[in-house]
Design a protein around this ligand. Sequence first.
Ligand code: LMR
Length: 394
Amino acid sequence: MTYFKNTELIPEDPILCIPPLFAADQRPNKVNLGVGAYRDAEGHPLVLTSVQKAEVRLLEQNLNNEYLPMDGDPGFIEESLKLAMGEDSPHRSRVYASQTVGGSGALKIAGDFLKEQFPNSTLYLSHPSWSNHRHIFSRCGFELGHYPYSHNHTLDFEEMCDAIKMMKNGDLILFHACCHNPTGIDPTFDQWKIISTLVKEKGLFPIFDMAYQGFSGGLDQDAAVIRHFADEGHEMALTISHSKNFGLYGERIGLLAFFVDSADTVKKLASQIKSTVRGIYSSPPAHGARIVKTILQSPELTLEWKEELVNMRDRIIEMRKALVAELYSTKSSIDFSFIQNQRGLFSMTGLNREQVSLLRAEHGIYMPSNGRMNIAGVTSKNVKTVAEAFNEVL
Ligand code: LMR
């Protein structure tokens, strides 16, 4: 007898199913190109030295472990917002922000709240998008639509704009602020300007997911679209993850910000978001917020962190080049030069589901079945193996 006889077994998460499979693989030359987490030149997880130093400072302060407010640590919120909006943003008084449980937590809180505000609207995602976008927003009850995004490894700008023109007033549209996951392709700033105008003309509500600030052109450049939309007067939501740019994956540290029309609306939103948080997890965890705040409030640690961020970005760019060069030298039948032009952790290799499973079975190379690869998993030691394996399965 079970109460769960009608409970169905559902497929595993396409990305988070990979780490245990990879860990169980006994082959010494296995390569993990799966979950989007940075790896150092040896292929290992990286703990930033700025983070280590911040943790020492925190330990020395002998802090207590009281609950944070429902919307988190105010010092962290200010610092994280400054990274996104720039110092002294003229928009600060029309922004409400809450610390969240990672970027996923920000999306979930935003989704639950927005579904109440826009009960009959469609929420549009790029096609493709991060698989968890669909998962989170459909669980919030949204009807989802998709807009074309990439074709032949480049941005499908015309088609994307045409699709936006077909959306209804009051629909919602999610954009990736930089380092689009999974394609690694972003609109140029001029294209963002056109998108902003279209979004305004159509009366859409934009949501920006920014999980990779600093991994494309730099901290300011990667947030330029947010600042532009703010300057253009949009009301919008912004979800931020500090998993990648601070290497704080397991600390679950993120931010949700709403840009609205006035300080009066900010107050109402604050009450709503706090109530949403209270109904799910009451208040966020403290440690990740304290680390980020400690770094960003210290000029010396901020400088060190920025250098570490540049190093992570540069290593990925270097590995993009190395992989393309290796693919050329192993006489790939496919032009992989696009990998070099893309930014952030990911590129869509174009490998199909069967080729991905062959890579795993024959070569111990792991990536999600849609063929997305985490470039940070490539090192100068494994790049040749990866290129040869790609060629073999093709
Ligand atoms: C990814 O896309 O691999 C990361 O954002 C990790 C995740 O939660 O999916």
